[in-house]
Design a protein around this ligand. Structure first.
Ligand SMILES: [Zn+2]
Length: 189
């Protein structure tokens, strides 16, 4: 998932795309995150999944802050609030996933920031973020083709979404295509 910024224009775009609950959820997340105690749930440093440390920075080189929010409504979300790029993860959903999928979903949310997706909404952003995540994992030797093949059964329960996620089986197939793409097609990082 990606959430457009909260500026009026972006909200209008999000409304048109049927993403209102996501935007509202993020607003609620940020309201909760304001108190000092929020430090317990947030980190601006590298995150570790499957033993792999990833430092996410956005298209402008700003560090991305990670929040862990129960009942987020999705495994992860990416957004920009008060000009701070953030990733929100649902720790309960993450805990149910194989560790390489946890890494993949974090990289997917990071990709939205790396690729500057919050500046405008586009349906292809979800697939672009998927591909970026897979290629990052491949090129850093932390996601194997076998790992990606193992994502299939987990993704197969997914129905896709209006925000651009493909239904599970198609998404799994596309991830493998991303993996098999030539190295020179790798997205920036
Ligand atoms: Zn996404």
């Amino acid at each position: 998932m990606v959430i457009a910024g909260l500026a009026r224009l972006r909200l209008a775009t999000a409304l048109a795309a049927g993403m209102v609950p996501a935007v509202m959820a993020l607003a609620a997340v940020m309201a909760l995150a304001q108190p000092a105690r929020a430090d317990e749930d947030t980190s601006a440093g590298p995150e570790t999944f499957a033993g792999v440390s990833v430092e996410c920075r956005d298209i402008r080189g700003r560090p991305v802050r990670t929040y862990r929010i129960i009942n987020l409504g999705d495994v992860g979300r990416a957004g920009v609030v008060n000009r701070v790029p953030i990733i929100a993860l649902d720790p309960n959903i993450m805990a149910l996933l194989p560790d390489k999928m946890q890494l993949f979903f974090y990289l997917h949310e990071c990709a939205h920031h790396v690729l500057g997706h919050w500046m405008a909404f586009a349906p292809e952003h979800e697939n672009d973020a998927d591909c970026w995540a897979i290629r990052y994992g491949r090129d850093h030797g932390v996601i194997s083709r076998q790992d990606v093949e193992a994502f299939g059964p987990v993704l197969s329960v997914s129905q896709g979404s209006a925000a651009g996620h493909l239904p599970g089986p198609e998404r799994a197939e596309r991830l493998l295509k991303c993996y098999d793409d030539k190295p020179h097609e790798v997205a920036q990082h």
